[in-house]
Write a protein that binds this ligand. Structure first.
Ligand code: HEC
Length: 285
């Protein structure tokens, strides 16, 4: 069908002549020019049989312009068969680093889930105090604390920390005055409220928890005004001189950094917190 170009026929003839494979111009060119040139493999099979059985190795490589294509190696086949990465994935990949940065940023904001001192105090009051004092501090089995009452009893937070730590019985025998002696409406005395005792919380709460729950009472029911300078960036309360109220171990310390309580749980230096003391908290009257 296809015309074999003359130069190819000629080259084939020349080659065969050079190798001494019979024929010449007339035997080849006349009979089947197409097959002889186009499929050299068929050629040796007819003539090589007799004459060139010893040299097919020389014939075939020299005369195979159309050598069968090399088989595709399996690893290339595998790579061709494999699914290609779709184009839409490219922008997704390009934005991955941006997404990573955004993601990491959201993680670094997570620590804000740690409750602040005030939040922890609210939860502690509900768990440990509400049964006697009511959620709004209006009192029941325990004294009313609301409407500023608790801050009237304890003009400084230190005195209230001591009272809650020790309870009625740790404060002294029935009738022992506690808090502000000049309290508006009369000084409060141990076991003077229906004779019920305020339990001790020394050991039942940590000193950190004591501070948290007492803050809740003063700020939620006592409407205590706190100088913003006394609130640390993490929300914890500072002494009026800006010093922390807790040490690294979570124990209460006074404005000079010394332990607030003696081992019995009494204020180690009560004179620090009397009215008008410069380092005390919110001195009253
Ligand atoms: C079992 C009931 C009960 C529980 C629980 C209780 N209290 Fe009391 N609380 C009392 C009683 C009773 C008084 C009065 C004590 C007295 O007259 O000696 C009182 C008094 C007080 C006072 C003094 C108020 C004043 O103006 O005189 C404070 C402050 C106080 N409680 C805080 C707390 C805190 C904080 C908790 C939780 C950690 C708590 N209470 C848990 C019964 C309780």
């Amino acid at each position: 069908m296809t015309e074999v170009p003359d130069h190819l026929l000629k080259r084939s003839r020349d080659r065969r002549a050079a190798l001494g494979l019979g024929g010449g111009e007339e035997g080849d060119g006349g009979g089947t020019p197409t097959t002889s040139a186009a499929s050299p493999a068929a050629d040796p099979s007819t003539s090589v049989e007799t004459t060139a059985a010893a040299r097919p190795a020389a014939v075939i490589p020299a005369e195979s312009p159309a050598a069968p294509p090399k088989p595709v190696p399996p690893y290339v086949q595998a790579s061709l068969r494999r699914k290609k990465i779709p184009l839409w994935v490219m922008p997704v990949l390009a934005f991955l680093p941006l997404w990573a940065i955004v993601y990491v940023n959201t993680l670094s904001k997570a620590p804000s889930t740690t409750p602040t001192q005030a939040e922890a105090g609210t939860a502690l009051f509900a768990a440990k105090c509400q049964s006697c004092h009511q959620a709004d501090g209006s009192g029941g089995a325990g004294r009313p604390l609301y409407q500023g009452s608790v801050v009237k009893t304890f003009p400084t937070i230190a005195e209230q920390l001591e009272f809650v730590w020790l309870g009625s019985n740790g404060t002294g025998p029935a009738g022992t005055a506690y808090g502000d002696p000049n309290r508006e409406g009369g000084v409060h005395k141990a076991l003077s409220y229906n004779g019920n005792a305020m339990p001790t919380f020394k050991g039942a709460l940590t000193q950190t928890e004591l501070l948290e729950v007492v803050r809740h009472e003063r700020e939620a029911f006592g409407a205590e005004k706190i100088d913003p300078k006394q609130i640390a960036p993490d929300g914890s309360l500072l002494w009026p001189n800006g010093k922390p109220m807790l040490n690294a171990a979570g124990e209460l310390i006074d404005p000079d950094g010394k332990p607030l309580f003696t081992t019995e749980g009494k204020l180690a230096n009560p004179a620090q917190f009397t009215s008008g003391a410069t380092t005390g908290q919110a001195a009253g009257s």
